[in-house]
Write a protein that binds this ligand. Sequence first.
Ligand SMILES: [Mg+2]
Length: 229
Amino acid sequence: MLLLFDIDGTLTRGGPARAAFAHALERTFGAAGPVFDHDFSGKTDPLITRELLTEAGLPLRDIEAGLPRFCRCYVTELEARIAAHPVTALPGAHALIGELAGRGDVFIGLVTGNLEGGARLKLRSAGLWDHFPVGAFGSDHEDRNELPSIALRRAAAHWGRPFHGTETVVVGDTPLDVACGRAVGAATVAVATGRYSIAQLEAADADRVLAGFADVEAAREAIVSAGLP
Ligand SMILES: [Mg+2]
């Protein structure tokens, strides 16, 4: 069984990502759009960039042309700020991930809209990076629904055995996480530690909905049982 975790609102909170994003947008494009009011949750970083700059009135070709430079700049800006504004692991995340990573019967990885460089910085800050040998990132594809299949391929290459969507659980904090899991036939577990309530996540049709990981035993049971046939 492969368990694929989102980062922001699922494993972590806080950190300087929005300020780094704003700074990198200004430096790269000379515009940042409504960056401090925009809803980032569940979206990939390239999609957020496109949305903000479209709001700011930039033509698509300029956005496309600047995106690689923006991505490098954002990761640099994030790295410069993260020591002063660390990312925090959500309650129970360390215990849950540590325990799952130590089991022989499950494999764990990431599916996140963060650029790979941003994901690494955030999870290092929270003390969780070393548990995740594989993942799919916003730097792999702008469409989150494409990410789980990329993670499955990387897991297969890393562990030397095939992985299928039907033996996978996608764990996240937004309806977009639930949708991307469903796109590969994975089971889905949603946690209400981001911007969405338990009722909203139930309405998104997640297979299991949790208040969070603070009750580590209940979280582990819900996640692993979701992935059983
Ligand atoms: Mg999230």
